[in-house]
Design a protein around this ligand. Structure first.
Ligand code: IMP
Length: 195
């Protein structure tokens, strides 16, 4: 049987690799680069789910291929859920992973309540049906960065019930418990039962 083609609305090679490993091999997952779609969608919605839906609809309209897209944010309780949808650009224009982490640690200086969670929403749209799949991992923000693996806020995120930050643990362990891993597995579950 021919593989069913899906478009993943991302430019991130790590995410693409991750999803190809998890999703059933009967699906042919193409990236934006694979289909030559050079298009950026501005994330203007106030929620993670809203931005995932915004992206999936735009990429579907442009490609005509059943599409999924994801959006992720780190929500810190003592900061009323910030950086949230602004996680990528928390430190302002030109923000980098390390300037974002620095700003986060400065904002939490002296703060005892350090609980936080990563939230990922994957949105899927085939021109008719729209579905979302959410993955969450709870944890705390450490006082200092620890570890060199992963990316983004991984060096300061200590998942609940673990002693290593996401940047200290092997990537397979991170994927087993991570927000994105959880959302991807829910999505994969949905895909394999499609007619
Ligand atoms: P995106 O929506 O997946 O691009 O994520 C937005 C921002 O959240 C990224 O720029 C990272 O700073 C952060 N982020 C997303 N996923 C992770 C993760 O797995 N670990 C650490 N930071 C992440």
């Amino acid at each position: 049987m021919a593989k069913r083609r899906l478009l993943f609305g991302t430019r991130n090679k790590n995410k693409l690799e991750e999803i190809r490993q998890i999703v059933d091999s009967s699906f042919d997952i193409a990236s934006l680069a694979d289909i030559g779609l050079d298009m950026d969608v501005e994330e203007t919605e106030p929620t993670i789910a809203g931005n995932a839906i915004l992206k999936v609809k735009a990429y579907y309209e442009a490609s005509g291929i059943p599409t999924f897209a994801d959006d992720t944010g780190l929500e810190v309780d003592a900061l009323d859920g910030a950086p949230g949808v602004y996680s990528a650009r928390y430190a302002g224009p030109g923000a980098t992973y390390s300037s974002n982490v620095e700003k986060l640690l400065a904002a939490l200086e002296g703060e005892q309540k350090r609980t936080a969670r990563f939230r990922t929403v994957i949105a899927y749209y085939d021109g008719k049906d729209l579905h979302t799949f959410e993955g969450i991992v709870e944890g705390v923000i450490t006082d200092e960065p620890r570890g060199v693996g992963g990316f983004g806020y991984d060096p300061v995120f200590l998942p609940e019930a673990y002693e290593e930050t996401f940047a200290e643990m092997p990537s397979e362990d991170k994927h087993t418990i991570s927000h994105r891993g959880r959302a991807i597995r829910k999505f994969a579950h949905y895909l394999i039962q499609l007619p």
